[in-house]
Design a protein around this ligand. Structure first.
Ligand SMILES: [Zn+2]
Length: 393
């Protein structure tokens, strides 16, 4: 549902005050027609809707009793723990995804990419649950689904067929996971993932936690396949911890190759692992986006779905202190996300979708550093959250 609204007295990205007119869901520079509802911006900063570029809506424990985490330290411990926890905890993907999506909206996200588990135990139940939420919240937030083989792809026979089913049901993007470390068959894993993407005409978004040389090897295979299939601009590598290794003689050629293949990098700016080098990525011309990853789930207790806070984490992790540097952090959770996910008509210019968030701050740097609350969020010209509370469903 697209609406009309005149947002009076707001400062686009911290610039001088203006009125922003949204007609039929799009930002317009036409004269304001009579009868258009007016929202008083009160001199707040208007940001384009924040982009949550990587989360897991299907398995958050938001709203459920506190989960006592006693999980082992390895990735495989967390994967196996989650599969068994799903049998005992009341994790209904439909309900949990709606809870988290609405929390995202109150913080100003107007677009969410969710990886959704597909495996031989849960099948496509997670996909169906998140699709239910997507439909229920269609006027509030856009949600894009990645069919994600969390438990491995080739190591668990039957998973490839389930991914195909998920794509036929309506998942937009093909997921993948640590081709060497989980499937132990990098060529087979990536040929399958890219084969599905090619067959269904979809993009790819791969979780790549593999460190150092191992991750660099997987990254090279991803780049090769992206170019071979003409999928430039349609591939995201999430985490990419291998790019955080210190050996520039390995990393720098990868950055150049990623830019040429127009592969985007998603970072959570985690404090606990090496992270891809933000400024060198941007200088090389690589698009960088950010995400919350799991929010309060069996993997970890953290997260609040606030992408402005994620921008602050980006600032802290990458030692961004100057005001111009904090603008880079905001870019990662706005324009960077939009470019990585291929969102059309994104921004605050005439013709763009009328998705924005009003934030009480003097400057972009203050907005990132202080993450003011009580935000007002507009989706396609409709106020969906006011003063930090969901208004319209
Ligand atoms: Zn993830």
């Amino acid at each position: 549902m697209a609406a009309d609204i005149l947002i009076h007295n707001v400062r686009p990205l911290g610039a001088d005050p203006v009125d922003i007119l949204i007609l039929a869901g799009r930002i317009s520079r036409s004269p304001t027609p009579t009868g258009v509802p007016v929202l008083d911006g009160g001199g707040r900063i208007a940001l384009p809707g924040l982009v949550e570029a990587h989360t897991h809506l299907d398995k958050s424990l938001l709203g459920l009793p506190w989960y006592r985490n006693e999980v082992g330290p390895r990735l495989i411990d967390r994967i196996e723990n989650e599969r068994s926890a799903r049998k005992t905890l009341p994790i209904d993907p439909r309900q949990q995804s709606e809870r988290q999506a609405l929390l995202s909206v109150t913080h100003g996200s107007t677009f969410i990419r969710s990886h959704v588990d597909v495996d031989t135990e849960c099948g496509v139940a997670g996909i169906e649950g998140v699709m239910g939420t997507r439909e229920a919240l269609a006027d509030v937030v856009d949600i894009d689904l990645v069919a994600f083989p969390q438990s491995g792809l080739l190591v668990r026979p039957g998973t490839v067929e389930l991914l195909e089913q998920a794509l036929r049901l309506g998942a937009e993007t093909v997921g993948g996971l640590d081709p060497c470390a989980i499937d132990r068959d990098p060529k087979g894993h990536l040929d399958t993932v890219f084969g599905l993407a090619d067959k269904f005409g979809r993009g790819v978004d791969i979780h790549l936690h593999e460190p150092g040389e191992m991750g660099a090897f997987s990254m090279e295979l991803i780049i090769e396949r992206t170019i071979a299939l003409g999928m430039q601009g349609k591939v995201v590598v999430s985490h990419a911890f291998c790019l955080g290794m210190p050996d520039a003689s390995v990393v720098d050629p990868l950055l150049t190759a990623l830019a040429e293949a127009r592969i985007a990098i998603m970072t959570t700016a985690t404090a606990s692992r090496p992270v891809p080098p933000l400024k060198r990525l941007l200088q090389a011309g690589v698009v960088v986006c950010a995400g919350s990853d799991g929010i309060r789930d069996t993997w970890g207790p953290y997260g609040n779905a606030d992408m402005l806070e994620r921008a602050m984490f980006v600032g802290q992790r990458y030692n961004l202190r100057r005001d111009d540097e904090l603008t880079l952090a905001l870019d990662v959770v706005t324009e960077g996300g939009a470019r990585a996910l291929g969102l059309a008509n994104y921004g605050l210019s005439p013709g763009c979708s009328g998705d924005l968030v009003l934030v009480e701050a003097q400057t972009i740097a203050e907005a990132v550093a202080q993450r003011p609350g009580r935000r007002t969020v507009v989706k396609r010209g409709r106020v969906v959250a006011r003063e930090g509370v969901v208004e319209a469903r």
